[in-house]
Structure formats: structure tokens, C-alpha cells
Design a binder for this molecule. Sequence first.
Ligand SMILES: NC(=O)c1ccc[n+]([C@@H]2O[C@H](COP(=O)([O-])OP(=O)(O)OC[C@H]3O[C@@H](n4cnc5c(N)ncnc54)[C@H](OP(=O)(O)O)[C@@H]3O)[C@@H](O)[C@H]2O)c1
Length: 355
Amino acid sequence: MGDGCVRIAQLGVGTIGRELIRRTLGSPRFHYVALGDTSGVIAKEGAFTEEELRGIVESKEAGGRLEDYDGSHSFFEDMGGAFESCGLDAFVDVTDAQTYDLLMEALERAHVVTSNKLPFADVPYSDYLKLVEAGYEGRILDFGTTAGAGLRIPDLVSKLGAGGIDRLTGCLSGTMNYVSQRLNEGRPLSRAVAEAMEPPRSYTEPDPRVDLGGEDFARKLVILSRLCGRGVERAMVDVEELIPECLKGLPVEGFMESLPDIDPCIRERMRVANSGGNLCWYLGTADLIEERYTVGFEEIPMTDPISRARESDNVLKLFPSGWRRPVTVIGPGAGSPETVTGLMSGLNSVLSAVG
Ligand SMILES: NC(=O)c1ccc[n+]([C@@H]2O[C@H](COP(=O)([O-])OP(=O)(O)OC[C@H]3O[C@@H](n4cnc5c(N)ncnc54)[C@H](OP(=O)(O)O)[C@@H]3O)[C@@H](O)[C@H]2O)c1
């Protein structure tokens, strides 16, 4: 735009998307020209007013669909259509959908800021490279919030990765960090998961199997390892799922009722680790020298900085090549305010680029 403003098209008006809109309200620097959800995309060339944005956020919060939003705007079946009709400086993807093709298309016209892991982790490494290379061609491709949310762990890994990183290990799932702490205090798995689900914590996804399955965690490990230049594919990550096959098809309530069945097995793992003077933590580890990638329980010494991660913190130890000691990052690695702070950092970079 070149007048100190960023015109934004945003796909996703969920928890993070709504909070991001709220955070930009009142700023003369950020203007929304298009918003999309699973029902379609509404667009306004001259940008939505603050009042309109408040109305859209309220209606989405109440479970509304953009398709049904009443106002003066154009409607498109998908974001591609909106790209054709309105000028934009930044495309923000805050969905949990596979948006790889859309990001490639967006980068031809705008900078991209996203917290969505799928386009970076759930595609072959060769496609990932095409995406990040498209980002090098004069466009910002900001995916710093895809691991550790506002901690922007990918940024740190990219920077330290310049000199090589030998190993990464840590807990990149807030739920599994909370569960690991409680297990080492002697709580049964079923109780630890129930506590993580209950308000005011509400750390888990509505279905805690998403967290216990390790899939989202594995995606973060893939992204960080790829940033270290390793051609890792998701299938190369050995994931220890904490969901027995027989509990996979149950509704959430049934799953929670049956979860105590696996308490004894997990309790024994803890007992063995603790009696050897160790803790047992659910970790992701990328051995970048041996190219071995795992997500699951690992024993760590009681004094390991990983055990200092509290509640739903994320924690990561990085071992830069040739450094005397590892670098440890610990802090809140999920949540709306944290993630939106990280996304605003991306939008501010766009502002600097277009201003
Ligand atoms: N929540 C966190 O703490 C956190 C932290 C770091 C990263 N993230 C990542 O940030 C992203 C957003 O998270 P969230 O918590 O805001 O999720 P959410 O509340 O489930 O919202 C997802 C939004 O994306 C839209 N959407 C999904 N698939 C779509 C598609 N195919 N086309 C168009 N719109 C689509 C949904 O539309 P409808 O409204 O129509 O359903 C919804 O508005 C996710 O990728 C998540 O992994 C979240």
C-alpha cells in the first residue's frame, strides 16, 4: 500500500483469528479487506470498519457463519476469489486446514503470516522447500508462531541453526507438559488428563486424544527439524501414542471413563524412572546428527531444566554445534494472547516492509 498501512485478508475467525482482529482494532495501521471461514469469504475493498469488525467477531463468537453475515460486502466461495477482487498486503492464515496451495498463491501477491502448522509439516519436504523459497522472493513468510506460540521458537531455531544444531529436545505440547509434571508427582494418567481438561486450565483440545496422540507435537518437531535443514518427513517421526487402539473409536466421555485402564502401565513407567533417580517426561527429540526423531516418554535427570517448565509451558533445549552448553527456552507456548502477540510481531514486520 505504501501509506503506512497493511491491508489484511485473513482466513480463520476462530479463537486466534478473533483475538487477532480485536488486537488490531483501533490501530490506523491495520485494515481488514477480507475475512474467511469454512462458509466462505466476505470482502470489502475499502476495508471493514471497526464497527463492522466488532459485529463480525461477536457473531463468530456466538457460532455464526460469515456466509450469513449481513452487511455491505462481496461474498466469495473461497479466498482465491477474494484475492482477485481486493488489493492486499498480508494474508493471515489462522485455520487448522491444509492451506499449502493457498499460501503459494498468496505469496505471489502478498506477505504471509500464519500460525497453521499443516502447510509446513504435513507436506513432503520438497514442497516445504518450495514454500519457504517462495517466501525468500521478496515476501515475508512468517510462521514463527507454529511452535511455542508467542515464544516464536522457529525464529530461535533458524537463528541458532545458522551455525548448525546437533540436537533438539523438549516438550512442545502444553497439555503433555502439564500431564508429565503431574505423573511425576504420582498422579494417575487419567486424573492428570482430567485436570488438564477442566476449567480454568482447559489446556487440552476438546478431545484430549488430539494431545495424547502426539500428532500435533510431531508436526512441531518436523517444522523445527526442517528449519535445521533436515529433510525429515512426518513418517520418520516415531510417535508414542498414549491412546490404546481399543479406545480410539469411543466418544470423549467413554474415552475418559476407560482411560484408567492404562493408568497401571504408565504408573510403572514412572516408578522405574523415579526409582532410578530420574523423571519421565513426554518429550520430542530430534537427533539431527543421527537423523532420529521421536515423540514419547523419555527419562531425564531430576535436575534437568526441562522439569522447571510449569503448567502448560513449552520447553525446548537446543544444542548448537560446538557450544559448551545447550540453550533452554521455557514459557507459555499456547493460548490466545500469547499466539496473537507472536502474530502481531509478524504483522509488524509486514508493516515495516510495506511502509
Ligand atoms: N489456540 C492456540 O493456542 C494456538 C497456538 C499456536 C498455534 N495455533 C494454531 O492456530 C490456528 C488457529 O487456532 P484456533 O485455536 O483459532 O482454531 P479454531 O478456534 O478451531 O479456529 C479455526 C478457524 O479456521 C477456520 N477454518 C478451518 N478450516 C477452514 C477451511 N478449510 N477454510 C476456511 N476456514 C477454515 C474455522 O472456520 P469456522 O469458524 O467456520 O469453523 C475457524 O474460524 C491452528 O492452526 C492452531 O494449531 C493455535
